[in-house]
Design a protein around this ligand. Sequence first.
Ligand code: FES
Length: 264
Amino acid sequence: GTPASRSDIMVTLSIDGFDVTVPEGTSVMRAAAEAGIAVPKLCATDSLEAFGSCRLCVVEIEGRRGTPASCTTPVAPGMAVRTQSDKVRRIRKGVMELYISDHPLDCLTCSANGDCELQDMAGAVGLRDVRYQAPEGGALANHFAPRNTSGEANPEWLPKDDSNPYFTYDPSKCIVCNRCVRACEEVQGTFALTIDGRGFDSRVSAGSFGEDFMASDCVSCGACVQACPTATLQEKSVIEMGTPERSVITTCAYCGVGCSFKAE
Ligand code: FES
């Protein structure tokens, strides 16, 4: 969900009819998780500050207008939340449909198949068909135009950035959830990544536009790769050998930052 609150003040609210008591400052999403209710999400994680960009985690709150994002909405005493109303289910499905309309349909041959949060969430919101098609063109376009239903690489997609020795960056698979950018800033404190462009043309960029990962301030810590929910940022070893059945995470003792490394 979202990072834990450290407050000593407790708040009780109701989520889908269940009473939940959590520390003040906890997000509705995290409170729901405490009650065993998994709200669909793409941009929120347990460790990064909530960002509220993917709009998949919307809920209804009695007495409040609209459908707020549960990851950025803090709990309040007596709050009554609905995470599974017809309205929020419909919104989530529509949002997911837009993501998939701008994403290659090559799941079966994708190196992240079976280990992809976008794939998991599409299933979780019950998405079966996509009605939209991504617009054509755009110098920064991270989408495919015209739509390529066979899943083959489209010449209009931005090329993969293979410059880093440990991981690749494939802009065609990016959903611009900002998790990599936040991980770079919050975990590593490097600020090597940013978002360029707007709307369909927005994409993650390593430093100034046109710069690849090796030329950027990236220190290859891998925090962005761990944070990525799709196959956009992926370890080269996973692409070459597949997702390991078993992995061990160790913490580097070289300095005080505490970077973690995954090994098979
Ligand atoms: Fe809440 Fe993305 S998970 S907006």
